[in-house]
Design a protein around this ligand. Structure first.
Ligand code: ADP
Ligand code: MG
Length: 563
């Protein structure tokens, strides 16, 4: 067997079903061997996008997914994607070709200190030094990616190993059992948590994306919310674990709920920037925190954790919910009334913007036909951009777990087309009724736009709506653009991109469909038409106002709390 086949067989024996990558010397043979072993190979145009695709597939399937990249520049391009996976707590197993061992330090082709470079982006890094040890390295890589808090791992594969072969028998370790082993917190701690929730005057449950990852997380969270009758909201990544249409979802009163809650039950979410560090002015100074997490280092982060529940979310809630007994939170309490009134007030303010169909459109109006479409279909939504994503969170209700992929904890722009590629293959193979819709800003689209060709090449029915305001946050009109004279490097605003750029033409060039729209009815009919197409991508280029903004916020999303 040669090194390429051993690597492929090892991945296959670990349950790897998909490999994303960009091939070249010295790993072309690994890609070929993967296919020969029945691993589906998806060839991307840039390693970063391939890494985004692989991690999204890992999240959607709950299984290890491989990423295959070449040496030097290949692995360096992938690092952004690996870091995104680790920060997001999503698994991905990267295999990187590298220079032959005996050419190291001699200026070999694409020679680079790859292991050192990837280390800070990965949970685990290793390099087999002979053919016999490749399977054990792959096994440990898969186990490290999937067990505990998931993340990116890297196996460095020297070119001389890939291409050499042995007549000797190779031993393959047993498959890493999945789902990962789980634990539950001590029962005394669970009972403390129950007491804390019962004693709270202004309780709030926050559901994060750890709940989507936990094997039984979504069903157990739903049962807990039904039984406890507590008011709740989701983080962006936790959206869909329970439906936004749930009667006690108070996401529209987010700022008020965070600011006034006396007890917060954090289920698989972190007190990082997304939750304003759990600190004043966004939270009460003495807010009581009950928290479930799989990772002990996460407790007491920024704020003291009153009751740390170290364990798997699904398993912990399965113990906790029955211990509520006959108790349920009083839905007629003043706290609930206040939350509901505030939610309703905010809803009405948003609907005013939604109803303003004057052109060029504002963001909210542009989202209206999209919201309508989502209400009647099972769709994985990929959402990124600045305002496009912030507004998309409110304008696109989530009803099912793992149906929303966005810029995530790392706030990464450029994930969209890679995530969509993975989502479309997942839907094709595992959930044929599920559609894939990308809603992204024009700037976000630009980071990985070439992956449209990948999506077209694999014949995947991905619909992308570009909410195009001709810039980053805001842009220029074609007439402003023309009025800029002299040296554009001095005169063109740093936020602007090409005014009313015709991105949909790119999609047509790749054999897909493309259309430009400016009004609500045009977006609506373009969406309907796009989703009738079952092969290849469609880009709907929605030209909106160049200065549309988000509804004024009491506190901006990125506002730093005082530490
Ligand atoms: P969000 O963006 O929704 O706030 P984060 O990614 O910040 O979510 O946090 C998710 C948290 O969930 C992480 O701290 C992670 O350790 C935790 N987590 C992941 N899987 C599980 C699980 N199965 N059980 C418990 N906690 C989990
Ligand atoms: Mg823009």
């Amino acid at each position: 067997m040669d090194g390429a086949s051993i690597t492929a067989a090892a991945l296959k024996s670990q349950g790897v079903e998909y490999m994303f990558g960009v091939v070249g010397f010295p790993i072309i043979e690994v890609g070929m061997a993967a296919q020969a072993h029945g691993i589906k190979y998806i060839g991307c145009r840039n390693e970063q996008a391939a890494a985004y695709a692989a991690q999204a597939m890992g999240y959607l399937t709950g299984k290890p997914v491989a990423l295959l990249v070449v040496s030097g520049p290949g692995i360096l391009h992938a690092i952004g994607g690996l870091a995104n996976a680790t920060v997001n707590c999503w698994p991905v197993v990267c295999i990187g070709g590298t220079a032959d061992v005996d050419l190291e330090n001699r200026g070999a082709f694409q020679e680079w200190s790859q292991q050192e470079s990837v280390r800070s982006a990965c949970k685990h890094v290793s390099r087999p030094t002979n053919l016999h040890t490749i399977p054990a390295h792959i096994e440990k890589a898969v186990r490290s990616a999937m067990y505990g808090r998931p993340g990116a791992v890297y196996v460095d594969l020297p070119g001389n190993l890939v291409l050499s072969s042995t007549e000797e028998e190779i031993n393959f370790p047993a498959q890493v059992p999945l789902p990962a082993p789980v634990s539950i917190p001590p029962i005394a701690e669970i009972e403390k948590a129950v007491s804390a929730l019962k004693e709270a005057k202004k309780p709030l449950v926050i559901v994060g994306k750890g709940a989507a990852w936990s094997e039984r997380g979504a069903t157990q969270v739903q049962q807990f919310l039904t039984k406890s009758k507590l008011p709740w909201l989701a983080t962006p990544g936790g959206k869909g674990v329970a439906s936004d249409l749930h009667p006690r979802f108070i996401g529209q009163a987010r700022s008020l709920a965070l600011r006034e809650a006396d007890t917060v039950f954090l289920i698989g979410a972190r007190f990082n920037w997304i939750l304003h560090f759990g600190l004043p002015p966004r939270f009460q100074r003495d807010v009581k925190v009950v928290q479930i997490d799989i990772c002990p280092e996460e407790f007491h982060q920024n704020v003291k954790t009153e009751v740390p529940l170290l364990g798997d979310i699904g398993e912990t809630l399965a113990e906790l919910t029955p211990r509520l007994g006959e108790w349920a939170y009083d839905e007629s309490s003043d706290w609930f009334k206040k939350l509901r009134e505030n939610a309703e007030k905010n809803r009405i303010a948003v609907e005013k913007l939604v109803d303003d169909h004057s052109t060029p459109l504002n963001y909210y109006a542009a989202y209206q036909p999209i919201r309508e479409f989502l209400a009647n279909n099972d769709v994985i939504v990929v959402n990124e951009g600045a305002n496009t994503m912030d507004i998309g969170r409110t304008m696109m209700p989530s009803r099912l777990p793992k149906r929303r992929l966005d810029a995530g904890t790392f706030g990464t722009m450029g994930v969209g087309q890679g995530f969509a590629l993975a989502a479309a293959i997942w839907a094709r193979d595992h959930s044929p009724k599920t559609k894939v819709l990308v809603v992204q800003g024009d700037s976000a689209f630009g980071f990985s736009a070439m992956e449209l060709e990948t999506i077209a090449r694999y014949n995947l029915p991905v619909v992308t709506v570009i909410i195009n305001n001709s810039g980053i946050y805001r842009g220029l009109l074609p007439e402003d653009d023309k009025a800029i004279e002299g040296d554009r490097t001095l005169a063109l605003p740093v936020l602007s991109l090409t005014a009313e750029c015709r991105y949909e033409e790119m999609c047509k060039a790749f054999g897909g469909a493309g259309t430009v729209v400016r009004t609500v009815p045009e977006i609506k009919s373009a969406l309907e038409k796009a989703f009738q197409k079952t092969d290849g991508p469609t880009v709907i280029n929605a030209l909106i106002s160049t200065d549309s903004e988000r509804k004024p916020q009491a506190d901006h999303w990125l506002t730093r709390s005082k530490m």
